[in-house]
Design a protein around this ligand. Structure first.
Ligand code: ADP
Ligand code: MG
Length: 481
């Protein structure tokens, strides 16, 4: 995606990253049975014969899970298609059937893309449905299986519907990877597909990393890193793994394709196993389920019901404000883009609107309306309020609403009239002749320093009532006279 040299983690080397994100779908029940899909709860209470894999039990596909998967596919600009469930065979104590029902060669969603906040696109290879496993707890030995005295297993999560979103190897640095996961999470939450909580494990990221000399066309051998529980760990793991692979190659060794485990406390990855190949899983079509073939009408009705997605919201605000989408993104993340677009529509200066959202509305807009926001910005831009006063008025509007002019008057924020301000400035010039001389005859740097000095003195003398820009205008006029 980016050839920018500043993205290099090790100089001269390019890191290539592709992410596989598993998200638990926000259905009422499990993928193939009516056991509840619920986080928490006493172990082994949200179970039934299907999620326990009891002999004779049969899966019945959850329509809501398919609909959520279609929403994901459409939001990621994928082709939504006829799909087939497959058995992926492997043994794990938290997977009672000894196979996982997944999708293999015919996933429900294929070949899409997602746009990052700065406008760059990342390919989406596929987004398929599968069931989650249960959870093992290894007791004793620091929670690790080989040193544990015994293990407990909880099947509450077994059979919970997952969407696995496989991204193309288009990412080049830790920041890109974090931006990708954040954007994906915003989309999943916006469409109601998942709660996107990494800390509760409802969104899990496996990270594939390889390195190659800058300019090489061929991809290097990759390692897949598991157990990444936060965006911070994701970034750290990518940096660690890139360096480890470059060190191996520069020492004349080769990178082995492996599955590795991120250890947050040690800040490093460990080998779990050599990478398994598809044939190790002996995939075959699931005989107990028919193919899923959603009709055009169904797909189109799902599309029609989708909310406006973060990407479109960024573009809408960027256009209204005359800025790029990266600049618009924080306002969208904070959910204040409607407010901002409306305030700008009511005539407010776009730059001031975005600055206020970023710096002064981090805790929400509360009772602030677009009309009062626009009126406040107009007072500020017109010189009736200083930036500091505007911030105070804004906080009052957020807390209790109201008319900005009335709030400003209540707070005693009368604009200083020009004559009064000029006389304050003149007194200060007279009181500090050396600083004034430095201002009038100094170079740009000196002039800037001294203007800061005089503005500071004026603010002190007027208890912050003066407008800094007006002071600078007076200083410039006096220096020119
Ligand atoms: P598998 O089926 O073995 O998991 P895939 O080809 O489906 O392998 O790739 C899985 C993930 O690995 C994808 O997210 C993809 O972007 C990423 N990936 C593939 N090759 C590389 C590579 N050389 N370096 C980094 N990531 C890669
Ligand atoms: Mg994989």
């Amino acid at each position: 995606m980016s050839d920018d040299a500043t993205t290099e983690i090790v100089p001269g080397w390019e890191t290539v990253i592709g992410l596989e994100v598993h998200a638990e779908l926000a259905t009422a029940t499990k993928l193939f049975s009516d056991a509840p899909n619920r986080f928490g709860g006493e172990p082994n209470t949200n179970v039934d014969p299907v999620s326990l894999g009891l002999p004779g039990s049969l899966p019945v596909l959850n329509e809501q899970a398919v609909e959520l998967a279609i929403r994901v596919g459409l939001s990621l600009h994928c082709r939504v298609q006829r799909s087939v469930f497959a058995r992926k065979n492997y043994f794990y104590p938290d997977m009672p059937k000894d196979f996982q029902i997944s999708q293999y060669d015919l996933p429900i969603n294929e070949e899409g893309w997602m746009e990052l906040a700065d406008g760059r696109r990342v390919g989406i290879e596929r987004a398929h449905l599968e069931e989650d496993t249960g959870k093992s707890t290894h007791v004793g030995g620091g929670g690790r299986i080989h040193e544990a005295g015994h293990s407990l297993v909880d099947y509450n999560r077994a059979g919970v519907p997952l969407i696995e979103i496989v991204g193309a190897p288009d990412l080049r640095c830790a920041e890109d990877a974090r931006a990708y996961v954040s954007e994906l999470r915003s989309i999943l939450v916006a469409i109601g597909a998942s709660d996107g909580k990494m800390e509760e494990g409802s969104m899990r990221v496996d990270c594939n990393v390889s390195v190659r000399p800058v300019g090489d066309a061929e991809l290097g051998t990759r390692c897949e890193i598991k157990n990444i529980n936060s965006l911070r760990s994701l970034g750290r793991a990518i940096v660690y793994e890139s360096r480890r692979q470059v060190d191996l190659i520069t020492a004349g060794e080769r990178v082995e394709q492996q599955t590795r485990h991120w250890n947050e406390d040690e800040g490093r990855t460990h080998k779990l196993r050599s990478k398994e190949e598809a044939y190790d899983y002996r995939y075959f079509p699931e005989p107990d389920l028919v193919p899923v073939d959603p009709s055009e009408e169904w797909i189109e009705s799902v599309r029609a019901a989708l909310p406006v997605l973060p990407r479109e919201r960024r573009h809408r605000l960027a256009e209204a404000a005359g800025v790029d989408t990266a600049t618009a993104s924080l306002t969208v993340e904070r959910g204040m883009d409607d407010l901002a677009v409306d305030a700008i529509g009511a005539g407010a200066d776009p730059t001031r609107v975005l600055v206020h959202v970023e710096n002064n509305l981090a805790d929400g807009a509360g009772a602030l309306t677009a009309a009062s926001f626009a009126a406040l910005v107009a007072m500020e831009v017109g010189g009736d309020l200083t930036a500091t006063q505007a911030k105070t008025v804004l906080a009052t509007l957020v807390a209790g609403g109201g008319d900005p002019a009335a709030v400003a008057a209540d707070l005693g924020f009368e604009a200083m009239d020009d004559a009064a301000l000029e006389s304050v400035v003149d007194d200060l010039i007279a009181a500090h002749p050396e600083d004034w001389a430095a201002f009038t005859s100094g170079d740009d740097k000196e002039r800037k320093k001294k203007s800061g000095f005089f503005v500071g003195k004026v603010m002190k003398a007027t208890s912050g009532q003066a407008d800094g820009r007006a002071v600078n205008e007076i200083l410039a006029r006096r220096a020119g006279a």
